[in-house]
Each structure stands twice: as structure tokens, then as C-alpha cells.
Design a protein. Structure first.
Length: 265
């Protein structure tokens, strides 16, 4: 037998309440975002700083004191916060492959891969609350009842494999042709104050609802009650959700010609 080299995780459940206080006395105290050990590992993509016209110090200040603390109540453990920060840093870095393994290897090293994958797949962080918190923060900065506009567009992601949710041979915008990719519908908002992404939904092609994909649907965690919807139907659901929330108000809804009619795509 050969040791695989990966660290194991041990989970403890107290069956005897007499030990709870003793165990809690040795728990790691809650850590603030700005004190996380990964702060020293600055991997920001240079283009972000150049486009925004901000210094490294300004970005760190905004990130650790203005942005991350908004999501404090979306996590129950400090380890979740660390992995969330790692995930965001990976997305904002210059690496090409921004999947779970690629981000973990680049930002946290080999020992962080399994932990990071478990965080994304199984951790109980509240993504619904996180989206709501983000939307309210965005609204405070750019919402404009007089000149605001909700926008609809598609966004496609080229893929090599066949196991990602919704992946299929379909039109891929970035490649300008039919190829293996995931497709999504995204809702944005813009005004004179700025612009930002509001919400999104993954598009599932027809073949993902046949019997041959039943096992893959379960493996990908796609809910059993998911029904087939066109991109236009997904856009309508997202728009109604954004408008009814009252968080984003305005005068117009904008979209390209692809969402002006419905041919079942």
C-alpha cells in the first residue's frame, strides 16, 4: 500500500453534552476577513487594477473591509470564509483554467484541492442569502428609477468534457460556432451610475432531459423537478424575479435580437 498524500478530514459530533463546553473552550476564535492568512498571497489579475485605475492598497481595502464583510452571515465556519476568499481570488486572477482544481492549485496549493472541492460541492454556505446581499449592495450603488435599465443576454462557456451540467454541442458565443459548451441566460442592470450582473440561470438542452442523462443529472445535482425551458422563458423568469423584488427599478428592458423571438432555443 502507498500513502496517497492527501489530508483526511475528521468531523466530530458530541453525543454527551458534558463534553460540549470543554470542546468549545478549544475552538478557534472567529477571525476577521482582513486577518485571513491568504491575504499575503496577492494574486490579483493585473488587468483588474489597470482597468479600474486603482492601486493594490485601494483594492485590498475595498475587498477586505468593504466587500467580504457583507457576506459574514452567509457562512457558519471560518474555513468556509477562507475557501470563499480563495474562490474569489482564483476568479479574479489571470489563470486560464478557472475550475475548482485549477483555482485551488494556483492559490492554495496541492493540499487545498480536496478541501476546496468539498466546499463547493457539499458545504452548507447560504448561496441564496449571498445573492440577495449582493443584489442589495449593487442596487445601493447603481439603482436609478429614472434612467435605469435591466438587460438580458446569453453567456456561453466552452467545455472540453461531457460531465458538466448542461454541457452539449450548441452555439457558443465566444467561439462563434457550434461547439461543446454550457449556455446560460444573464440579467444585468445599468444606469448613469454604473452597471453590474443581477442574476443568471443555466440553460439545459433537450438531451439533458432524456433517460440517457438521468444518471448524469443526479450526479450534477440537478433537482428532480427541473423542467425544460427555453432561453426566452428563463429570461422572463429572471426578469420578473428582479422586478418584483423592488431592488432594481428603471424605465427599460434591453435585449439583443436573440431574445426578441422564441424558436425553442
Amino acid at each position: 500500500m502507498v500513502y496517497h498524500g492527501d489530508r483526511k478530514h475528521i468531523f466530530v459530533k458530541m453525543l454527551d453534552k458534558r463534553f460540549v463546553k470543554r470542546f468549545q473552550a478549544h475552538r478557534t476564535p472567529k477571525t476577521k476577513w482582513e486577518n485571513l492568512e491568504m491575504r499575503a498571497n496577492d494574486v490579483w489579475y493585473e488587468g483588474i487594477r489597470e482597468d479600474a485605475g486603482l492601486t493594490r492598497e485601494a483594492i485590498l481595502n475595498l475587498y477586505y473591509k468593504g466587500f467580504l464583510p457583507l457576506f459574514d452571515d452567509c457562512f457558519v465556519r471560518i474555513e468556509q470564509k477562507k475557501n470563499f476568499e480563495l474562490y474569489l481570488k482564483g476568479l479574479m486572477s489571470g489563470i486560464q483554467r478557472k475550475n475548482a482544481e485549477g483555482i485551488a492549485l494556483f492559490v492554495g496549493g496541492r493540499d487545498s484541492v480536496r478541501t476546496f472541492q468539498m466546499f463547493l460541492a457539499n458545504s452548507s454556505w447560504d448561496h441564496v442569502k449571498m445573492l440577495g446581499t449582493y443584489q442589495k449592495a449593487l442596487s445601493r450603488m447603481i439603482n436609478d428609477p429614472v434612467d435605469g435599465m435591466l438587460t438580458v443576454d446569453g453567456c456561453d462557456f466552452p467545455k472540453k468534457g461531457d460531465s458538466s451540467p448542461g454541457v452539449a454541442r450548441q452555439h457558443c458565443g465566444p467561439l462563434g460556432k457550434t461547439d461543446n459548451c454550457q449556455a446560460s441566460v444573464m440579467i444585468g442592470y445599468n444606469s448613469k451610475k454604473g452597471y453590474g450582473l443581477v442574476d443568471m440561470a443555466l440553460y439545459l438542452p433537450d438531451e439533458w432531459f432524456d433517460d440517457d442523462h438521468a444518471e448524469l443529472r443526479e450526479k450534477c445535482g440537478i433537482p428532480e423537478d427541473t423542467v425544460k425551458r427555453t432561453k426566452l422563458e428563463l429570461a422572463s423568469i429572471l426578469l420578473n424575479k428582479a422586478i418584483s423584488s423592488g431592488v432594481f427599478t428603471g424605465r427599460w428592458v434591453g435585449a439583443d435580437g436573440g431574445f426578441g423571438y422564441n424558436r425553442g432555443a
